[in-house]
Ligand binder design. Structure first.
Ligand code: COA
Length: 179
């Protein structure tokens, strides 16, 4: 199993069918989906379908969200990383969106920030991206904070799925200028 990123506490690797129960814990929790236009799932089959859907993106796009694994316990914590967005979003398509979603017991320990900073580094150095985008519901304070702490810039507000969202962007030049 290829590990794409290793940080101090996390491994980021492809999602596999072994993550089915973890995905059910994640996407079965309404609190996790509070700011996302997605209904909670309630059985393992839906979790399997979700994993198959993301694995198909690995094939079609060469990228998709990765499993976030606790290095110490090998437990599935959630997903994070890039998704190639091909549909029109805020008047843009064919861009790389950076995102994350963690099982509730892992919130508030800096894991999303650790994952995001490592993904930004990977995106610019390994995927050779010139710009990285992200979006978050304006009321999703934790997510907005993660993106800002990671250096992404709030560009504007727009309406997505009938909710007000911030649109974030980070260019390679901005990122390089930080070092
Ligand atoms: C968003 C999410 C990934 C954050 O994960 P996390 O590991 O808890 O994030 P971190 O610990 O790295 O950072 C969160 C920051 O927001 C702050 N924060 C958390 N909740 C907050 C709140 N309600 N109000 C203000 N700040 C808040 C934390 O204090 C922390 O900042 P600090 O490090 O300066 O103290 C997690 O809450 C989650 O999975 N939510 C559900 C899925 C989701 O919304 N994904 C994003 C969609 S855009």
């Amino acid at each position: 199993m290829k590990i794409f990123i290793e940080t101090e506490r996390l491994l980021l690797r492809e999602l596999t069918p072994d993550d089915t129960e973890g995905i059910l814990r994640l996407d079965g929790d309404p609190a996790v989906l509070k700011y996302v236009a997605q209904k909670p799932i309630d059985d393992l089959n839906q979790a399997r379908e979700m994993i198959a859907f993301i694995r198909q993106q690995y094939v079609d796009n060469g990228i998709g969200r990765w499993a976030i694994i606790d290095k110490k316990t090998n437990d599935f914590m959630g997903w994070g990383g890039f998704k190639l967005i091909t549909t029109l979003t805020n008047n843009k398509s064919n861009y790389y969106d950076l995102g994350y979603r963690l099982i509730q017991s892992y919130w508030g320990k800096g894991y999303a920030t650790e994952c995001t900073l490592a993904c930004i580094d990977y995106g610019f150095n390994n995927l050779l991206l010139n710009e990285i985008y992200a979006m978050a519901d304006v009321e999703n304070t934790a997510s907005v904070h993660v993106l800002e702490k990671s250096g992404l810039k709030k560009i504007e507000k727009f309406i997505y799925e009938a909710e007000s969202h911030y649109w974030f962007k980070l260019t390679k030049m901005e990122w390089l200028n930080k070092y």
